[in-house]
Structure formats: C-alpha cells, structure tokens
Design a protein around this ligand. Structure first.
Ligand code: APR
Length: 232
C-alpha cells in the first residue's frame, strides 16, 4: 500500500515540544511569523538565532512518544511505499526509529551557509558560530525554511501524493501552505484521506475520515489498522 504521512507540531506536543499556534505557542511574546522570516533574520539575527538555539537546546529534554514510534513501525512494514513528510524541525521521528524522513521545513540539527549553500550537522548554539568551514564566510544560518522560502523536497512529495493510496495528516493545524494543500491534491489523485489531530484542523472538511484526540493514541491505532490491511 502506498502511503504518504504528513506530520506537524501536534505529533511532538506530548513529547513536550510546544506547538506554534496553540495557547502556549508564543516565544518571548513573538508570534512565529515574526521570527521565522528572512526579513527578521536580516534585521535582527541575534533574536532569530536565540529562538532556534533555544529550540535546539530543548531537544535534549524530550523523547519520542508512541506516535513517532508507531510511524517507524509503519516504515519497517512498508519500506519505500511510505513517504513520511514532516513540517517539524525536531529529530523525534528519527529518534523514534524512522530512517527516511523528509523534513520539508528543514532541521534544527543542521546549519546552512547562506553564502555557498553548504549544509553541515549542527549541535549547540549557532549564535556564536564562526565562519563556514567550506567558503570561510561568516554566513551560517539555521537550516530551516522560513516564511517566504520554498519548502524542501516538493517534487518528491508531489510525485508521492499523485501515487498515494492513502494520505494521512497528523498534528497539523492546516494553516500553512503548501502542506495544508496536500490533502486536496492527494484526494484529487484518488487517495483515501485521514486526519488525526487533537481538534478539527482548518482543512478538516477535506478529509474523508477525521479522527480527533491525542496523537499518542490515534496514531498507533491507525497504524495497526493499516498494518492489518497490508498483512491481510
Ligand atoms: N495530538 C494531536 N494533535 C495535537 C496535539 C496532540 N497531542 N496537540 C496539539 N495538536 C494539534 C493542534 O490542535 C494543532 O491543530 O496540532 C496542531 C499544531 O498546529 P500548529 O501549531 O499550527 O503547527 P503546524 O501545523 O505544524 O505548523 C505548520 O507553521 O510556523 C510554521 O514552520 C512552522 O512547520 C510549522 C508550520
């Protein structure tokens, strides 16, 4: 069975990673839209670095939850027939056991050189980073996709959505495009569509099947259903 899963901040909420648009979603009084832009970085790189440095540091105190673990089990069963796309920049899918995650909004544990485009693994604060090891220019930035920038892997995602038999969206508010449009695209190409979210998302009416509750319960149950269908 060919499956595309899209995850958002809600899948990591029970691990203790704050979401963006729920009640606790503000960071030092800033809306995410005010720090996650190239303009914000140009105007005040220190504030933007501190935002991402704090999120990177917080990874040490969180663990994957049963929803991440269940999706890793799905990957082991489906292999390349699963495309797991996440909007999350944390590493909880990988720590839950997934090995082939497409991080369409980038990753906290990576640095991007704005000068030469090189990427390198990154741990610890970036605010004190020296120059890029490759080109020598002091232009390292978080390897994340900001508002107004193009998400990563869109060609692969689009191709997988066109071939998918099932599209499942987990823990995302449906407020941010292009991810919010995946459900309609998959559905137009014949996929069954499932939403697993704490509350109805903005696009909930686009899903054939919408289930509401915590991801740590809904995701393992849904994965069990898919696995029993695949194994039948
Ligand atoms: N289980 C399932 N869903 C949950 C849980 C939970 N335990 N807790 C919260 N949610 C749901 C919320 O109800 C909300 O609908 O997760 C969703 C999180 O929505 P957002 O905070 O908007 O996060 P997301 O959709 O991932 O944001 C998309 O916006 O700021 C940008 O780049 C950032 O990738 C991010 C993008």
């Amino acid at each position: 069975m060919r499956v595309v899963v899209l995850t958002g901040a809600g899948i990591s909420a029970e691990s203790g990673v704050p979401t963006f648009r729920d009640a606790d979603g503000l960071w030092e009084g800033h809306r995410v839209e005010d720090v996650a832009t190239p303009q914000a970085f140009d105007a005040d790189p220190g504030t933007v670095h501190r935002f991402y440095d704090a999120r990177r540091a917080a990874l040490a105190g969180v663990e994957p939850n049963p929803a991440h673990v269940a999706l890793a089990e799905l990957e082991r069963a489906l292999g390349p027939d699963l495309l797991l796309v996440t909007q999350n920049i944390d590493d909880l899918h990988e720590r839950g056991g997934s090995t082939a995650v497409l991080h369409m909004h980038g990753r906290l544990l990576s640095a991007l050189c704005a000068e030469c485009g090189a990427r390198c693994p990154w741990e610890g604060p970036m605010i004190t980073a020296g120059p890029c090891a490759l080109c020598g220019v002091a232009a390292l930035r978080p390897d994340v996709v900001w508002f107004g920038e193009v998400p990563l892997g869109m060609d692969r995602i689009q191709a997988a959505l066109e071939r998918a038999e099932v599209f499942c969206s987990i823990g995302t508010s449906g407020a941010v495009y292009p991810a919010a449009g995946f459900v309609q695209y998959a559905r137009a190409h014949g996929a069954g569509t499932v939403e697993l979210n704490l509350v109805p998302s903005e696009g909930t009416h686009h899903f054939a099947d919408a289930r509401h509750g915590p991801a740590s319960q809904l995701v393992p149950a849904w994965v069990d259903e898919v696995l029993s269908e695949v194994r039948a």
